[in-house]
Design a protein around this ligand. Structure first.
Ligand SMILES: C[S@@+](CC[C@H](N)C(=O)[O-])C[C@H]1O[C@@H](n2cnc3c(N)ncnc32)[C@H](O)[C@@H]1O
Length: 301
């Protein structure tokens, strides 16, 4: 585990400001975080006790959704907001099914880039890592290095997993969606998860802790209606809006059936471009309550 007192941080890494990527790493049981990150994560867990299972379920969704789009024939991926590498990473999942799959990883956090370059892109030519911010989507999506690696004339999967809620309304997240849509060849996919503004205010309480601790980005839970606005021009595909663990669960997940705490959506663009949307619900639910809570989620604005 990195610690302020024992290890010098990599260049550009600020150990006194909590980083979204490092807090997430801590929640996932990783070791690449500082005391400030762990303190914030523990505060978040006090007000949103399901934050850890939510993070784990989010990773599990990322794996299942990536597998689904590779099986649908996608061979190139742009992972926007990747987090500190956590195995299996997108290229590992994709290449189990299609060994020729190519991946571009993008993030703006120096510690993510240090680890991603060391672990992912330095040792292989089918993976690149780019420093880039999602507030200026055209800059990153049109960067020559990205264009040399990913052919936008071919179907591509874009991943915005647990990252869109890190853009405030002032950051104009709809511009990012538009930039992605404009670059999608027919048959492309978007895999997305988003923190849900649950009626009990659990997600908002967690977001308040990030603000209080002056984390590297704001956390903005959104209602179902607000999230759906991002997907104008797309059409839902199966299984539609469901709790995250219900998004094409594996047999073992169905059999386990104990705790379900996230929800998901699958969307299909009218012009045959498919989108997978995942909505994160910040509540700890039991399987028996799923149906009622799905209905509640659908009734939420
Ligand atoms: C919660 S992590 C999610 C990681 C991964 N997508 C997953 O779901 O497991 C969010 C990541 O997005 C990155 N991020 C946040 N805001 C960003 C921005 N404006 N531009 C680029 N990356 C950003 C953070 O550095 C972090 O690595």
């Amino acid at each position: 585990m990195i610690d302020n007192h024992t290890t010098s941080p990599p260049a550009g890494v600020n150990p006194s400001t909590p980083s979204i990527a490092r807090v997430y790493d801590y929640l996932l049981g990783g070791r690449d975080n500082f005391a400030v990150d762990r303190q914030l994560a523990e505060q978040v867990l006090k007000v949103a006790p399901n934050a850890r299972t939510t993070a784990q379920a989010n990773r599990s969704f990322l794996v299942r959704a990536t597998e689904a789009v590779v099986r649908a024939g996608i061979g190139q991926f742009i992972d926007l907001g990747i987090g500190i590498p956590t195995s299996p990473n997108v290229h590992e999942v994709a290449q189990r099914i299609n060994p020729d799959a190519r991946v571009a990883y993008v993030d703006n956090d120096p510690i993510v880039l240090v680890h991603a370059r060391a672990l992912l892109s330095r040792i292989r030519s089918d993976v690149i890592t780019l420093k880039g911010g999602l507030r200026d989507p055209k800059e990153i999506l049109d960067r020559p290095k990205l264009r040399a690696h990913i052919d936008f004339a071919q179907p591509t999967a874009f991943l915005l997993v647990a990252v869109l809620h890190l853009l405030t309304n002032e950051d104009r997240p709809e511009r990012l969606m538009e930039a992605i849509r404009d670059r999608m060849a027919p048959g492309s996919y978007l895999i997305l998860s988003h923190l849900w503004d649950d009626p009990d205010g659990v997600a908002r309480a967690g977001a308040g802790e990030y603000a209080h601790h002056k984390a590297s980005a704001s956390v903005v839970p959104r209602t179902r209606g607000q999230i759906q606005l991002f997907f104008d021009g797309f059409e839902l595909v199966e299984p539609g809006l469901v709790f995250l663990d219900q998004w094409r669960p594996t047999q073992s997940m169905i059999n386990a059936g104990a705790v379900v705490d996230l929800a998901g959506v699958v969307v299909d663009r009218v012009e045959a471009v498919e989108v997978l949307i995942q909505q994160v619900i910040a509540q700890l639910l039991v399987a028996a309550m799923n149906f009622r809570l799905v209905v509640d989620a659908e009734e939420a604005e």
